[in-house]
Structure formats: structure tokens, C-alpha cells
Design a protein around this ligand. Structure first.
Ligand code: GZL
Length: 307
């Protein structure tokens, strides 16, 4: 196809197979890799012909990909918007071409919700609240100030905005919790390490790290160990995702708590796509099932983790 970055076609044979154009955020994290696998495997399973593009975390590449899918007259477009804003124009073009759109993983802030048929993904505010609730419980007997640093996800993305606000809402109830630094690590290991190194230089008294995904937490662990401190002990760490590498660090005691965010959206996405193409009604919002893990639970869960 003519779509930008890593365009490829996969999936079901000829006949009247549904053709889906999918614009993926990028390949920034273990979560994203698992999500891509779920979408590609599920399309094959469902007999849906998948046109797939990787936007390397750039909104303009996603917009280009969506435009190319419109030109190719695909049956349905699905995408995970790298950031919340700036989609109305291209979504109106899809609507004008009578091509239904499904949002998966991340949300858009468009006021006009007729621009997409449904949004399938996690409740990121809830994920932030779960992280905050663990911290409140962990420090319920403490009276001293708890100094927190926060590694935010990609600036402007729904998970970064919502995981930040959910967490802040829960810990805001107790003034002993202080977020002394908060900066984006763009959901990557490398950036997470770099920003954590800066945090450690500026703040000798960090008690807790809240990282919006495992990958930034794993990068931060390298920085913490490089500074001669013990992750999970000197600095408690809470992350979100529960991908294999994160769960291993949790089982090893380097992370203290992980809030799961499931990347396995493929099967539900393909079911929704079939209904949408058939003109059947679908729920406006489909929230993913997910849980949380302590260090003990990680040890039990690791052997059967799919990703
Ligand atoms: C969340 C997803 C986020 C993951 C990160 O649904 O959008 O993007 O938490 C990924 O690991 O990069």
C-alpha cells in the first residue's frame, strides 16, 4: 500500500473479505508490540484483510495513513490516536466517504462523537486511581512527607492525561503526598532512564516513582541502580501495563505494584468491525477487563502471561 511507514497487508483471502485499514501509534513499548501482534493475529483469525501502518508516534503519519485508507476505499478504519486532539478534519473526510471508524486503545477529544462508531480500550483514569490507591494504603501509617516523582506518558495522549489525573485525584486527599517532579518519558525505556537520571540529580530525597508504563519504569530502574540506590526499596516504584519485562521486575522486587493495561484488544476489535460493516449497532464504549499485580501475584502469574 501507499501508507507511510511499515505498510503491510495480511489476513484473509479473496471473496468478500472485509478490508480494514489500521493506523498504529508506533513500536515504542512492549505494550505496543503486544497490541500490534493481537491486532494482526486477530485479523487473520477473523478472515479480515488488514492494511497496517506504523506511524512512529507521529500524528501526521497517522493522518496520512487514514487518508490513504480512504482513497483505497477500505470497508472500515481503526486506529489508536497517538494524541487526543487534531482529528476532526480527517475523521470528517472518512465520514464523507462513508467509511466507519473504530477507535482502539486511546481516545480522541472530538466533541462530535458521530465521527467514530465506538471506542474500545482501557479506562486510564481508573488505572491512575488504582495506582494512587495502592500508594495511600502503602503509606497509611506514615506521617512524614512522601516525595513522589512521575514519569508521564506521551504528551497530549489520553493515557498520559488520564493516568496523571486519576493518580493526582486519589493522592490529593492527603497532603503528605507531594509530587516533586513530573515530566514525560514518552512511554519509552530510553527516555524514562534519561529523565529519571535528571530527577535523581535534582532530588536526593525521592521516596516513590510513578511511571505511566512499565517501559519507562524499567529505564528508571537502570538510572536508580546507576545512582547506587535499590529500586523497590530505597525508591518504591508503581507502573502501568503488566507486560512480561515489567512483571519480571515486579517478581524480582525491583517494582512494587503494577496496574494492568491489557493490549489484547484484537479479538474484540475484529468482532466490532464485522458488526459495524454489517450495519449493526455497537456500544459507543467498550472498556477492557484488567486487574492489578503485587510482587507475590506476579510470581504466580508470570508463567502464563501471553505478552
Ligand atoms: C495504553 C497505551 C500505552 C501503554 C504504553 O493503552 O496507549 O501506550 O500504556 C504504550 O506502554 O506505549
Amino acid at each position: 500500500g501507499s501508507e507511510s511507514g511499515g505498510g503491510s497487508e495480511a489476513g484473509g483471502g479473496g471473496g468478500d473479505a472485509i478490508v480494514m485499514g489500521f493506523s498504529q501509534v508506533g513500536a515504542e513499548s512492549g505494550w505496543r508490540t503486544a497490541n500490534t501482534k493481537s491486532v494482526q493475529d486477530s485479523a487473520k483469525e477473523a478472515g479480515i484483510t488488514l492494511k497496517f501502518s506504523d506511524a512512529q508516534q507521529k500524528q501526521e503519519n497517522q493522518i496520512k495513513a487514514i487518508r490513504s485508507y480512504i482513497q483505497q476505499k477500505v470497508d472500515v478504519i481503526a486506529f489508536s490516536p497517538v494524541v487526543e486532539s487534531g482529528w476532526d478534519t480527517v475523521l470528517k473526510e472518512a465520514q464523507g466517504a462513508n467509511i466507519p471508524v473504530i477507535l482502539t486503545d486511546r481516545a480522541v477529544d472530538s466533541a462530535d462523537t458521530s465521527l467514530y462508531k465506538t471506542f474500545l480500550g482501557s479506562d486510564f483514569v481508573e488505572e491512575g486511581k488504582k495506582a494512587g490507591q495502592w500508594l495511600v494504603e502503602e503509606y497509611k501509617d506514615a506521617s512524614d512527607t512522601v516525595n513522589i516523582v512521575e514519569l508521564q506518558g506521551t504528551t497530549g495522549s489520553a493515557p498520559a492525561n488520564d493516568r496523571k489525573s486519576g493518580f493526582a485525584e486519589v493522592i490529593g486527599a492527603d497532603p503528605k503526598f507531594k509530587i516533586i517532579a513530573s515530566q514525560t518519558g514518552d512511554f519509552t525505556r530510553a527516555k524514562g532512564k534519561e529523565v529519571m537520571e535528571a530527577f535523581l540529580k535534582a532530588h536526593p530525597d525521592i521516596d516513590v516513582l510513578y511511571a505511566h508504563n512499565d517501559d519507562m519504569g524499567l529505564g528508571a530502574i537502570e538510572a536508580i541502580e546507576g545512582a547506587g540506590k535499590v529500586p523497590g526499596k530505597d525508591i518504591k516504584i508503581i507502573t502501568v501495563d503488566a507486560v512480561k519485562d515489567g512483571m519480571q521486575a515486579l517478581a524480582d522486587g525491583k517494582i512494587n505494584y503494577i496496574v494492568e493495561c491489557s493490549p489484547l484488544l484484537g479479538p474484540q476489535l475484529m468482532d466490532l468491525a464485522k458488526k459495524v460493516v454489517a450495519g449493526e449497532s455497537v456500544p459507543a464504549r467498550v472498556v477492557t477487563e484488567e486487574t492489578t499485580f503485587t510482587q507475590e501475584q506476579a510470581k504466580e502469574a508470570l508463567p502464563s502471561r501471553q505478552y
